[in-house]
Design a protein around this ligand. Sequence first.
Ligand code: NAP
Length: 341
Amino acid sequence: MNQVMKAAMISAYKQTSPEILEVPIPEPQATDVLVQVAAASINPIDLKTMEGGLKMLLRYDFPLILGSDFAGTVVTVGAAVKDFKPGDRVFGRVQKNRIGTFAEYLAVTQGDIALIPAPLSFTEAAALPLVGLTSYQALKEVMQIKPGDKVLIQAGSGGIGTVAIQIAKELGAFVATTTSSRNFELVKQLGADLVIDYRQQDFTEILSDYDYVFDTQGGTILEKAFTIVKPGGQVVSITGLPNTRFAKTYGLPRWKALAIRLASHRLNRLEKKTGVRYEFLFMRPDGRQLAQLAEMVTAGKLQPVIDRTLPFSEIKEAFAYSASGRARGKIILQMKAAPSE
Ligand SMILES: NC(=O)c1ccc[n+]([C@@H]2O[C@H](COP(=O)([O-])OP(=O)(O)OC[C@H]3O[C@@H](n4cnc5c(N)ncnc54)[C@H](OP(=O)(O)O)[C@@H]3O)[C@@H](O)[C@H]2O)c1
């Protein structure tokens, strides 16, 4: 095996796009597997990390290989790895302090991966981990959706929305979603019960008495969400500001918690005024939950939605397309050195 690999990295924040360079192949620790990456998906967090927008929550050293989720083949396993062996097809979302899936090889802890369900190709499997886990954690863990609950999922046509609609339907919810008219058919096929064209209509004039809003937009769209939820319901955002509860759970130092408290005062006020609880979710890797998502795929209840697949060499184009905000489902990078499917 080569001792070096190609990887897409940045050498400082605010770089305009990552550069593909040669670096040593990582050494797996005892609880790691070394994976030859076949495909990786672009997530908006990759762009935010590159811009330095997550410095409050995550600290990185440079040079930094970007990329949060992947699909590939196990090459070697560490001495303490029991559940995986060379040749296994695996996928996962890596720990936030060990990102680097835009590379030909990746060392990843065994607890963060799962076997790829048989029906999925590497390209399809790479579309699921980050958005699948985020949606699962928002809808099942935080909201604890029950059959008949009414939930609004903002941006049903995005990477998150396309998976969240399917999971919410599987949990028995009535699902409203927003997108522009060109994506109506897509979100209806995924199971959305009510679709709102956010460019023509204001969701607050159409929806009321909802149990939950899954917010993917932040800002004023997030603030408006409180007006359509019943008292006792929840607004769960993955894009808005974190609040003091999150700062405590996440273990942020006191000065950061104070800064967050000041920045989120409008959300705190809305929470008090409406009786609707606000939660900020920062998803976490979880191989066991990923295995549950894999079961949903095998049962025909979850299917990744892919907008386009680009070769690794076109990572700059992939980043630019993600930054446009127009993706319908996921953007996938295919790694050159990976074995064919
Ligand atoms: N906190 C966490 O753990 C976490 C985890 C995952 C993602 N996130 C965040 O969640 C956000 C969404 O991620 P994503 O992967 O779904 O993004 P994405 O795939 O880039 O979203 C693109 C989609 O958003 C739609 N859209 C854009 N503006 C909209 C609006 N105002 N109303 C309704 N739809 C709109 C677009 O549809 P049109 O083309 O029709 O406009 C497009 O289909 C990002 O900010 C990401 O960083 C956070």
